[in-house]
Design a protein around this ligand. Sequence first.
Ligand SMILES: Nc1ncnc2c1ncn2[C@@H]1O[C@H](COP(=O)(O)OP(=O)(O)OP(=O)(O)O)[C@@H](O)[C@H]1O
Length: 586
Amino acid sequence: MLDAFRAVRDSLVDAVRITPWWLATYSVLQLLLAILPGAQVVLIRHLIESSDLWRPLLGLTVVVGSMYPLTQVSNGVGQRMMLRLRLALRVELAGGAARLSPSRLAEPEVVRDLEASQTATHPMADVAGKSVQLLSAAATSVVLCVAISAINLLSGLLVLAALVPTVLAFTLISRMEATGWPRVAEHDRKAAYATEQLIQQRPGTELAVLGSGWKVAGLVANSRAAATRVLDRMIRTAVLYELGAALVTVLLFGGALVALVRGGAAGGAAAAAVAGTITGLNGIRQCGYAFGSIVTTAPQAAIYRRFCSRTQAEPAISAPTRRTAAGSACVQIRSGVPAAPRRAVVRRVDSVALDNVTYAYPGAGEPTLRGVCIEARRGELVALVGVNGAGKSTAINLLVGSLRPAGGRVLIDGTDAAEVSEEERLAHFGLLVQEFGRFEFTLRDAVALGAPGAVADREVRAALGGTFAADLPLDTQLGQQWGGTGISGGQWQRLALARIRLRDAGIWILDEPTSAIDAEAEQSIFSELRRTSAARITIVVSHRAWTLREMDRIYVVDEGRVVQQGTYQNLIAQPEGRFARLFAAQ
Ligand SMILES: Nc1ncnc2c1ncn2[C@@H]1O[C@H](COP(=O)(O)OP(=O)(O)OP(=O)(O)O)[C@@H](O)[C@H]1O
């Protein structure tokens, strides 16, 4: 319940901050709508009991006539207010997600919260409106209670008491939904994931070739059936709660009518009170719905707020980057999304090292890295080699700071990297990971992502030099799903490399940078790396022997330890060594 109050408070604060005029207009309209049923009761009584026919008749015409247009206008205003709130929440969430550092992204809880927050923005945007509706419906009941109490006190109180079963039922339903919906969402996500595997080009083709797509279709069916079972149970229970509440409500309204008759109300008073109690039923249902949806949304809203307050603790963000008149290129931002971190890329770094580093993944019994020492200096090309699972990617993640060593130090220019912020540390690196991004934006935007700030078209062009995209217009849309150019796996990897080139940080870390690239292009990429290596540190993970010949030093990692180091010639000359056994056949 405390969560519900917090959700109401936070969302009203948001509405006051983001859309004060729409909130004020909506509140006034809802207040008017709350008063009208009470006024109706008073006017009906006057119409029947007083000798003055015209004034109550005129009043009733105004009250009844204005109800429908006021409701319509109020709905429209409420929707526009909620639309603005939804936009603000989604923009805030995207900004928060953009601030997440690699180490945050490595926390499963943060990723779970981000996913849950995404689905929360829709119901959350409605909470401010629902709060106003709740107050309005409650005010309707109070006004009716007062109007009917003037005729018969017990009837008035019974009308007000009729709020209780409905609100109680919707609270119970909402509590049940708060646990049920996440389970439905989990099954739905699994079903959506499995469906994606069937329809996306690469896994879909693989499954079609294997002829085993029907097994994945079976997984879809299982997940959907599980979701339906949970939904079924929820609906059944909700109907039972609603029926129970409706029964008690009818008894209370019946009691109100009996109290009217037994209290001696007759004629105009009785007719007015009956009309009032009927209108009251509607108000009470609205109250229940509004209250229920606030209680349901509250846990999601709490996750959203937790996520946003966490990301606000991340480093500050400066003004958005925009395309300037001079033609600098970057993602165009129209609605206040923060885009450019203050950090500038560090271009000159003299040395980087893992100094006796040990690391164990949470929950893993044995350390993945044990006492690893690796060093690279400016101008050097250094390689990490080893079998799958040896610990090369772990070593890289420790270098860039997305993992923190359990023992030992990471040194950048001789300084313990733990002493600088993650933001500052990341500014030293250009990292090409194995699962590089396939950003289906325009060619310009996909490459400009390499640098945090605004990027000129000529820089994008320079980064693309020598690739398949060198002569493509920068406005070319990438990705067939958007009606754009289809790009092969190797071409995507060239674009990822172009981002690293554009970034031009002091340390380049390339985890299998040519895994998807043809032999000819691979040769030209490695010769260029050698040719341009003087001004930076280059660390490469590679499984191909010939790419290692040019390296200044090779570290052979095996079961989390560096078991050999040296040049290609030194290492291959030791036939019993791990390196020679790994690469002799190549
Ligand atoms: N997030 C993780 N949680 C737990 N264990 C992990 C995690 N990531 C990797 N490991 C384990 O750590 C070990 C080293 O993995 P790592 O990815 O560093 O190997 P690698 O040498 O880069 O392998 P590859 O050549 O296949 O990329 C493996 O045994 C792997 O199972």
